[in-house]
Design a protein around this ligand. Sequence first.
Ligand SMILES: C[S@@+](CC[C@H](N)C(=O)[O-])C[C@H]1O[C@@H](n2cnc3c(N)ncnc32)[C@H](O)[C@@H]1O
Length: 216
Amino acid sequence: MSRIYPDSHVEIQGLLARKYDSIMNIGTIGSYDRFIKAVVKAMNIQSDENILDLGCGTGRNACLMHTYLGENGSITGMDISEEMGDQFKKNCATYNNVVFKNQRVDIPFSDGKHFDTVFMSFVLHGFPHDVRLSVLQNIFDSLEAGGRFCLLDFSEFRMKDMPPHHRWVFKTFECKYAFDFVERDWKNILTEAGFADFDEHFWFKKYVRLLIAKKK
Ligand SMILES: C[S@@+](CC[C@H](N)C(=O)[O-])C[C@H]1O[C@@H](n2cnc3c(N)ncnc32)[C@H](O)[C@@H]1O
């Protein structure tokens, strides 16, 4: 399948998609599981929350979020990749309040349903900036008033300030869109997109951040 944004590294296909969770485990030297559990804990999910997981991947995150939900809560996973969708559906097969939608997140997708929380993990950095702004509009439109956007992604840093070995890893494995993502002021961008009341948590030497923002 051809890519929508050929320079992006978040449109994951083929073997990379099928082995995505294992690759993340190996790439983080076995610490991914502990990290993502801490992230989901920091989200402070309530049992009746309706969560939209954009670019949901294999369902690993959805399964963790599901442990905090009761029968009135729900998760909708949305992803462009059928290979990711197959894994999501398999991993979440036993949960009747978790659904998958094979849909792009960078074009309007709202079918009138509004969510308490939109979660997006390691997807937004992989788009050109004008596309990111469209995605933020889609997120805003799909949230209830007072709902929250939980953005898990690279935090803000200057690449030239990174130690050389960290910069080498980042420049080798990340796409060019990530390079401008990390140098932008995301609280300011989110404020302009209609969000407020920020809360943030950091991991991996502060290179990764969970930024939580409320819809105004
Ligand atoms: C780096 S992976 C992250 C997966 C998951 N969020 C996680 O943290 O494990 C990026 C995901 O975004 C999806 N994706 C990329 N572009 C997309 C788009 N335009 N619409 C929907 N999903 C997209 C990919 O298929 C992939 O599952």
